[in-house]
Design a protein around this ligand. Structure first.
Ligand code: PMP
Length: 358
């Protein structure tokens, strides 16, 4: 039996705009070759910086383009913090970020995502009691791994806390533009353009293999982060930046985004219907309106069945839910839906139901 792969949140092969990218690559090498094939400043290809700066209403000097957004986050953690410093994250959160934070020697304070939202009351109590949080890393839109969107009230409350207690907010927003229904909630960055560092990426919008991500930095961090980036990798790939720039400037992006949304919206619906059919009353899960993931919490009575069973015997590959938690997570399963066909999603959820109930 071919296993259903619920482990990786990657875009599917059929989502990659191969022809358009071939066109853009051909064009940029011929038109711009000597510039983009040379060593260059670490901040990245200027036309793409300017385009992002325009979208974010900031000067281009605040935009740092990198090799994906994850590495920029690593650099920011290195430049801003010292081993032993305390940082806060939503719990659950993106597992690789927990790895980066641990590797940097940071102490991680989890702020639980509960049924009624992010427990900012607990964070405030801890801050009042003298806890010194230096930074809060948050994925407000279609969170990895839960699929949740932060409410406007939570966004405002988090910003108010960051101003009172003087911590930096990092808003990681790679899924923000992948909304399949409902209305956008204003970003943390737009609520506080000076106080929030925004990270985003073209990995989910065009191709992860291009490794093009970016940060919008506050003025006081531009120099130090550029220098660190330059000392680490000299410059990111201008060739790839130029391809992404061309993709947008040639008008491919709008149609491609519409194509992705149509493709993924159907897969999300299939996932939610399959969960309703198979696991209603026995598990709880999020109802995302976009992104790549549904987060599933298994009821206590069945929690044992996650780790006592070998998922592969049931035809499943699952991530260990504990990887997304600082503490706990034994009853959590992340379900990525974008890279699976309709029948794979239906079979996968049926197998999951069997594994959890037998
Ligand atoms: N942040 C989040 C929340 C992600 O889910 C991912 C990809 N899984 C990344 C960052 C990494 O993005 P990039 O490919 O730009 O490094």
């Amino acid at each position: 039996m071919k296993p259903t792969i619920f482990t990786r949140g990657v875009p599917p092969r059929e989502s990659l705009p191969v022809d358009a990218l071939a066109d853009c690559a051909h064009q940029v090498v011929l038109e711009n070759g000597p510039e983009i094939l040379q060593y260059a400043p670490a901040a990245g290809y200027q036309p793409l910086r300017e385009l992002i700066a325009q979208q974010c209403s900031v000067p281009a000097e605040r935009v740092l383009l990198g090799q994906g957004s994850l590495q920029i986050l690593d650099i920011i953690l290195h430049c801003l913090l010292r081993p032993g410093d305390e940082v806060a994250v939503e719990q659950p959160t993106y597992d690789r970020v927990l790895t980066l934070m641990r590797r940097t020697g940071l102490q991680i304070m989890p702020v639980p995502l509960q049924k009624n939202g992010l427990d900012l009351g607990k964070l405030e109590d801890d801050l009042k009691n003298g806890r010194n949080i230096r930074l809060f890393y948050v994925i407000p839109d279609f969170q990895n791994p839960s699929g949740r969107v932060m409410t406007l009230e939570e966004r405002k409350e988090l910003i108010a806390l960051s101003q009172t207690y003087q911590f930096t907010i990092i808003e990681d927003a790679p899924y923000r533009k992948l909304r399949y229904s409902g209305e956008d909630v204003i970003s943390l960055f737009d609520l506080s353009p000076q106080g929030v560092i925004q990270l985003s990426s073209f990995s989910k919008l065009i191709s992860p293999g291009l490794r093009v991500g970016y940060a919008v930095l506050p003025q006081n961090l531009i120099k130090v982060i550029n220098e660190y980036a330059s000392d680490t990798y000299i410059n990111p790939s201008y060739l790839n930046h130029a391809i992404v720039y061309r993709f947008i400037a040639n008008g491919y992006m709008q149609d491609h985004l519409a194509f992705l949304k149509a493709l993924y919206a159907g897969r999300l619906q299939t996932m939610l219907s399959a969960l309703q059919q198979q696991l209603s009353g026995r598990c709880t899960w999020t109802q995302p309106e976009g992104g790549f993931f549904v987060g599933l919490w298994v009821d206590d009575a069945m929690r044992e069945n996650i780790y006592s069973k070998n998922a592969e015997e049931f035809g499943l590959k699952l991530s260990d839910g504990r990887g997304f938690f600082v503490t706990g997570g034994e009853n959590f399963i992340r379900l990525p839906f974008c890279a699976l066909q309709t029948d794979e999603i239906q079979d996968g959820i049926q197998r999951l139901s069997k594994m959890l109930t037998t």
